[in-house]
Design a protein around this ligand. Sequence first.
Ligand SMILES: [Zn+2]
Length: 155
Amino acid sequence: MLSDFNLQMVKEVEKQFNLSFKSFNLNKNIIKNLFKNYQSKEITIDFYDSSPPQCKECEQLNCENCELYEAWFKSEERLKFNNWVDIFGPGIWDYDQEDSNKFAKNLLLEILKEDKEKDDRLFIAYKNNSLILYYYNRDRKECCDYGFVFKKRED
Ligand SMILES: [Zn+2]
């Protein structure tokens, strides 16, 4: 389960985008059906990794062995501050629709593989003709969340 603080951060995302999240569990069939009925319109990767401390011994910025890093990694300040967003989708980075679908599918398969803890990190919301998935992951090693916007296929 996510801690109260992390759940509060999820609430902030809901508020920001005016969504209403429900917990959502993935499996391979769900992923297959999703792409039968929807196309990937946008994938956002939101980073929460600004200003990591420099290790006094090895001088690296993200030395996982040092106490400073540990404190930074766990700090609420880090978890609250979205310092970078990467966006992928049709028309961005020379992606076409098929590239975008492939990218989203691979990311979801990766999440399915990673998330053996089943701790309710994935959320679903519907808005107009869109299906939105949000994966809360900023409190883990990657320091980033993943957002997916899918549009219903028109054929
Ligand atoms: Zn070090």
